[in-house]
Design a binder for this molecule. Sequence first.
Ligand SMILES: NC(=O)c1ccc[n+]([C@@H]2O[C@H](COP(=O)([O-])OP(=O)(O)OC[C@H]3O[C@@H](n4cnc5c(N)ncnc54)[C@H](O)[C@@H]3O)[C@@H](O)[C@H]2O)c1
Length: 251
Amino acid sequence: MAGRTVIVSGAGGGIGTATVEKLLAEGGRVVASDLPGLGLSQIESLGDQVVAIEADVTSSADWERVRDTALDKFGAINGLINNAGVEGSMTPIFEYPEDVFDQVQAVNVKGVFLGLKTIVPAMTGEHRSVVNVASVAGLGGASNLSAYVASKHAVIGLTKTAAIEFAPLGVRCNAVCPAPIRTRMMDSLIDGMKSDELDSAAIEALIAASIPLGRIGDADEVAALMTFLLSDAASFISGAAIPVDGAMKAR
Ligand SMILES: NC(=O)c1ccc[n+]([C@@H]2O[C@H](COP(=O)([O-])OP(=O)(O)OC[C@H]3O[C@@H](n4cnc5c(N)ncnc54)[C@H](O)[C@@H]3O)[C@@H](O)[C@H]2O)c1
């Protein structure tokens, strides 16, 4: 990653922050964007090779500011990680609130689309690569998560289309599909699954048991795959949706 500039959305969250740290450790420069909050302000302390910027992925004007900031501060853009996402509600389809459904699509699908549309034309150099964060929820259904599952399937569709459209430009585009990873989002999903019979610990145990490697993943393990996909070691990989899931989807 030495000398390369990568934009990371949702950078203040669990997977986002782990990814920023990994990119910096590999010698990269990072433009870290997120909604205002503690996560984003903590990114500021990671050194002078990272710039933190408040931006909403559903706003094309905000994406333009992110692009201009990257070019002003570092003079180039080599990589983009579309990581921002929301889980929505854990509710059956019949009761799923329409406004929440729309919000999940706005962040998880339109946010990725605007990132591709705004950032990729400004990328320069030989090492241009995009990673979109999908999920195992992009590879199959999951009860009570209709909006999230639909959005992550859409991310994989966008990834494949972008890979084909961007190939003549020499830009690669891939998706990563994490299983449950220990972050705020997973805690929120566990909260949504709690009942009189099941507390958080019991739900965690059930999730771990659904993963052949027998545990929930760490944000670092997703960051490692994304960094590999941005690197030249992945120079012939494009249009792929790669699980990082302890074999969850091998079943
Ligand atoms: N944690 C998991 O189990 C898991 C599994 C598979 C995929 N994912 C995906 O990984 C990505 C990162 O999630 P995470 O687990 O780190 O959760 P997280 O909640 O810690 O991070 C998500 C980040 O996205 C940001 N965000 C939300 N809406 C935004 C908007 N409109 N504009 C800009 N930023 C916005 C949040 O502020 C937050 O910092 C998401 O796309 C998520 O769907 C997570």
